[in-house]
Design a protein around this ligand. Structure first.
Ligand code: GLU
Length: 308
């Protein structure tokens, strides 16, 4: 794998993404997110030596949103174990939108997977009383090798003021006996994790930690166990792009997670992490330019995990 070549091609990769931006929309169901610059676009790639290559808007801070589900799941697996986590949440793609309620109520006894809102809210409930937000923030900083990560209070408040749908999911979970704690308290922790402000480089570093089996690639300090990382990457591959996960897995073939803030986190196993920022989203809530950029990178450099 010629990382230099990939690094030199980043401007072309950005061009491939820019062409798609007009076909998407910025998320506006959280009013503070509607203020994002639709045309912003950046990509960062972190390799095993810890070197980060980047192009475009990589310094811009944005909220991690659903990419926090990767962190919350990792922490839950480490803190509570595999059995406790998967007793309350499944590991199948839902084929429904990220904030869907129907399949939870009509089809399944528990949320389909931890990458959709219902699943992440259930996993957050499991963590209540075992770990607090400050400790989760600390772990997030370590995983992303970024000490500047903090809570974006404005986005947090904006989402808390407009989270009727997540509240409905919370109460439905409560009515089914899937969660135990106070719905408002669970939503506060869930929303705070979604409101961590990161940039494309932080996401690239998180991807690199996952690519390196849960260890910091520079210090070799282990942050997550190998078993946790195996489960998390597999669920990212099968469920990380909501109801677009199947097509994305076929076309790109990299474990990836999106967030409605415009972030994309992608893992090229054993090699590198990729972080993308582009708030223009496709109809499924995934960064539209980022999808095109990852398709370009995957096909040009044969990064698909099932292709040599
Ligand atoms: N905080 C967002 C929500 O719960 C996350 C959704 C996403 O990024 O897909 O609606």
């Amino acid at each position: 794998m010629d990382l230099e070549k990939i690094a030199q091609s980043l401007d072309k990769v950005l061009d491939a993404g820019r062409r798609e931006i007009p076909f998407g929309e910025v998320a506006d169901y959280i009013p503070e997110l509607a203020k994002s610059d639709k045309n912003a676009l950046g990509i960062a790639i972190a390799d095993r030596s810890g070197q980060v290559y980047s192009a475009g808007d990589v310094e811009t801070r944005f909220t991690v949103q659903s990419i926090s589900k990767v962190i919350t799941l990792s922490i839950a697996l480490e803190t509570c174990g595999y059995d406790a986590v998967f007793q309350r949440v499944g590991m199948e793609p839902s084929g429904e939108a990220f904030n869907s309620i129907v399949e939870l109520d009509l089809v399944s006894g528990k949320p389909y997977n931890p990458m959709i809102n219902s699943g992440a809210i259930a996993v957050t409930d499991l963590l209540m009383g075992k770990i607090n937000f400050t400790q989760m923030l600390d772990i997030s900083r370590k995983l992303m090798r970024d000490d500047s990560i903090r809570l974006d209070e404005k986005v947090f408040r904006s989402e808390m003021d407009h989270c009727e749908r997540n509240r409905a999911i919370g109460w439905l979970l409560k009515s089914k006996g899937i969660i135990e704690n106070d719905v408002d308290e669970i939503l506060k922790l869930y929303t705070a994790m979604c409101s961590l402000s990161v940039n494309a480089c932080s996401l690239a570093n998180l991807g690199l930690t996952l690519a390196c089996d849960g260890a910091d690639p520079v210090t070799w300090e282990r942050v997550l166990s190998s078993d946790t990382v195996k489960v998390v990457k597999t669920i990212m591959l099968t469920c990380g792009m909501y109801d677009g996960s199947g097509q994305f897995a076929v076309e790109v073939g990299l474990p990836t997670k999106s967030g409605v803030g415009g972030g994309l986190l992608s893992v090229v196993d054993k090699l590198m992490g990729i972080g993308i920022y582009g708030p223009s989203l496709d109809k499924k809530g995934n960064c539209i330019a980022g999808g095109a950029m990852l398709r370009y990178l995957s096909s040009k450099f044969r990064l698909h995990m099932f292709q040599n």
